[in-house]
Design a protein around this ligand. Structure first.
Ligand code: ADP
Ligand code: MG
Length: 699
């Protein structure tokens, strides 16, 4: 960063130590550079003047011109406000300020003409404006940049001290007009030309003070593109580096186990998508570099068998494999599934979780080191440092969204040469987010469900129709089906939720009496052995209804279960609802998801439930989720750095992100080390970006 831009903010004319401190504290603005990169949250068109008589309370921000009079402070200390009148030839409005009145009063003159800018509101049948901005018309006319005026965020504390949006605007304008300012270009000439981008310096000027709305759009585009470009460049460089640095384990041959399994033990025909993804994995592992691949596939798309066949590739070449799941229930289930699929193959499969008895753990550790165990399935107990493999060749991470990046990294260290890593996720992730969260991985998508699946019917029912719902459950159970009934478990009110769960269980037991009906219960407070017992009973069809918390959310697979009832569905997030719904619809029967909800609920909750009823498509649900909640609330986003985005918006700027990624990819294809002279600026900016991890600091 050049010297001028790194000047501390207190040295800007009109700021000084006190205001400087507030800017640092409340907005994180420390330097001139930071101020320039405090972008406006919107602009307003100030080219139109209204007459006072035209003002209506339903108008947005507008401006009127008139003479100021009767400026006075009303009320007693604590509840004080500043009031004034503004008059033109058509009428009068009252102007009111509740904050910062001291300095506002000092800065205004009675009997002077002002342009007042603000939102008309009605009070006592009169129109007034609260906290209007007042400008001298002559000053305004001399400043072209005020025509489309930027609005900046500032805290209440700042406003009380006279630092409002306008003050910030003036400071930024002063900076942009300073002859010492240099904003070097950060992208290459070919990229700017091909993508038809504004130059950087122009873009920064126009994003604050656009000559017109078209320029504003172009400035926004350029800056968003740049922001995404550097994130993508970083991710893609990781990928290139990994391919260059790590000699992967070469799984050269497709052997006996894979073939025997494929031809004789596979219980179904693979879907086209499964075959394609297995081929993609195969291409990776025989190539000699280390695979890092993400398999995305909606719930029920059949990821487990893809994982198993990948593990067989490793074992066929003399290596071990492991598979990590986020919960004990899921690990247990994978263990049973895998064990039964390979039962006729000469393969040792073991399960390792937190509740494996110590003695057995020790045996497992020893058998892993000797190479006796071929496949180890487990929870994160599997990445503990005590777990050492003889030669781990393939590591699978199921439901990756539950794991952090560090856990993935720990797997690499389980072998002197990092094993191939396959991560699988069903949590629908919007494309933009996937490109960012997993941008360093190669991706495969299973975009096809096994044949013969009927789409799940999703129905919203309010609490009043509970009896009808019970009737429906009985008719399904009589047909031989099974039912999940899920209660929310939200940590803050765990006790209450638990009470709800137990009460729910008791009322279900009354409604569905033994011996005709068998009801089971499953929740996080039960011991692993108890959970296992209940799960097994349900799996074998011995219980008809399983009352549970979200412990069954991920991965659980009981094809005969065809009804999922979700209690207090308004309390669940979209991706959770989708995961839960994915527990049914796994067999050939028609399946149902019944969302039970309070009739009274927030708009956002309504929107979520509506989305669930309308679509079964995980990707559509993910997009809706991102729009409703913003990226900050989505799982896995916290560590990714994408929350530091200064101007781009992951929920809206999908196209720009896709283009930025493509351009970054092309760049690396041509010039992987950014050595070409035309890419000097990019190489330089990238280095700074790596250090600060904040795009906004590049200059
Ligand atoms: P997920 O992708 O959610 O992990 P699973 O691997 O648990 O899905 O598979 C869901 C169900 O579909 C399982 O019962 C599995 O045996 C079955 N299945 C997987 N692939 C196929 C296929 N190609 N044809 C039919 N059934 C399949
Ligand atoms: Mg699964």
């Amino acid at each position: 960063m050049n010297e001028f831009l790194s000047t501390p903010i207190v040295y800007l004319k009109g700021i000084g130590p006190a205001k400087g401190e507030l800017l640092q504290k409340d907005l994180g603005i420390f330097t001139f550079h930071d101020l320039l990169f405090h972008f406006p949250y919107r602009h307003i068109d100030r080219s139109k003047l209204y007459k006072i008589a035209e003002l209506r309370e339903d108008m947005p921000y507008v401006q009127v011109k008139g003479v100021l009079s009767n400026l006075r402070t009303l009320g007693t200390k604590g509840g004080q406000r500043l009031v004034a009148e503004l008059r033109d030839e058509t009428g009068m409005i009252e102007l009111v300020w509740f904050q910062g009145h001291k300095w506002i009063k000092e800065s205004l003159l009675s009997n002077k003409v002002y342009i007042a800018f603000g939102k008309p509101t009605a009070f006592n049948h009169q129109i007034n404006m609260v906290h209007p901005n007042l400008d001298d018309p002559e000053e305004l006319a001399s400043k072209r940049y005020m025509n489309i005026m930027p609005l900046y965020n500032c805290s209440d504390k700042m406003k009380a001290r006279g630092i409002d949006s306008k003050a910030i605007m003036k400071w930024i304008h002063a900076l942009l007009s300073d002859s010492r300012l240099q904003l070097p270009e950060t992208l290459s000439a070919p990229i700017i030309k091909n993508m038809n981008l504004l130059g950087r310096s122009e873009a920064i000027y126009e994003v604050h003070f656009p000559a017109n709305l078209n320029n504003l759009a172009k400035a926004n585009y350029r800056l968003k593109f740049e922001e995404f470009f550097y994130i993508q460049l970083k991710l893609l460089k990781y990928k290139v580096k990994r391919h260059q640095l790590f000699n992967g384990i070469k799984l050269g041959q497709i052997g006996e186990l894979f073939n025997t399994f494929y031809h004789h033990h596979l219980p179904f025909e693979l879907t086209g998508a499964q075959k394609r993804v297995i081929k993609e994995i195969r291409q990776d592992v025989k190539a000699g570099f280390q695979m890092n691949r993400l398999v995305q596939g909606d719930v029920g798309s059949g990821k487990t068998v893809v994982a198993l066949m990948s593990m067989l590739m490793a074992i066929d070449n003399g290596y071990q494999a492991c598979m990590m799941a986020p919960t004990e229930i899921l690990a247990q289930q994978h263990f049973l599934t895998v064990q039964s699929l390979v039962k006729e193959l000469p393969i040792q499969v073991k399960l390792l979780t937190g509740s494996t008895p110590t003695r057995e753990k020790k045996q497992i550790y020893a058998a892993l080191e000797s190479g006796e165990i071929h496949i180890l399935i487990g929870t994160h107990a599997l990445i503990e440092s005590k777990v050492n493999f003889k030669n781990l060749g393939m590591a699978i991470v199921d439901e990756q969204h539950r794991f952090g990046v560090e856990q993935r990294a720990k797997l690499w260290q389980k072998n002197s040469r990092p094993p191939h890593v396959l991560v699988m996720t069903a949590t629908p992730i919007p494309r933009t987010l996937a490109m960012t969260l997993y941008g360093d991985l190669d991706t495969s998508i299973i975009d096809e469900l096994p044949a013969g699946r009927k789409p799940i019917k999703t129905i919203l029912r309010f609490d009043g129709s509970r009896l009808a719902v019970f009737g429906f459950l009985k008719s399904e159970i009589d047909k031989g089906r099974q039912v999940y009934l899920v209660y929310p478990l939200i940590e803050e009110s765990e006790k209450m939720d638990y009470k709800n769960l137990v009460e729910g269980y008791e009322s279900i037991c009354r409604e569905f009496p033994e011996p005709k009906y068998q009801v089971g219960i499953l929740h996080g407070r039960m011991k692993a052995a108890e959970k296992d017992f209940e799960m097994q009973r349900f799996l074998k069809g011995q219980t008809h209804i399983l009352v549970a918390t979200t412990v069954i959310e991920v991965g659980v697979n009981v094809p005969n279960a065809s009804v999922m009832v979700i209690e207090s569905a308004q309390k669940f997030g979209l991706s959770q609802l989708h995961q839960l719904r994915g527990r049914v619809g796994r067999g050939a029967e028609q399946s149902y998801c019944i969302l039970m909800a309070d009739a009274k609920q927030s708009n956002e909750a309504k929107q979520r439930l509506k989305t669930m009823v309308e679509t079964n498509d995980g990707f559509k649900i993910a997009e809706a989720d991102l729009k409703l909640r913003g990226p900050g609330q989505l799982e896995g986003t916290a560590q990714s750095g994408i929350l530091d985005l200064k101007i781009a918006d992951l929920s809206k700027d999908t196209e720009i992100l896709a283009q930025a990624r493509l351009v970054a990819q092309e760049l690396l294809d041509h010039d992987p080390d950014l050595k070409l002279p035309e890419n000097a600026a990019i190489s330089h900016s990238q280095a700074i970006y790596q250090k600060t991890a904040k795009w906004g600091r590049i200059s």
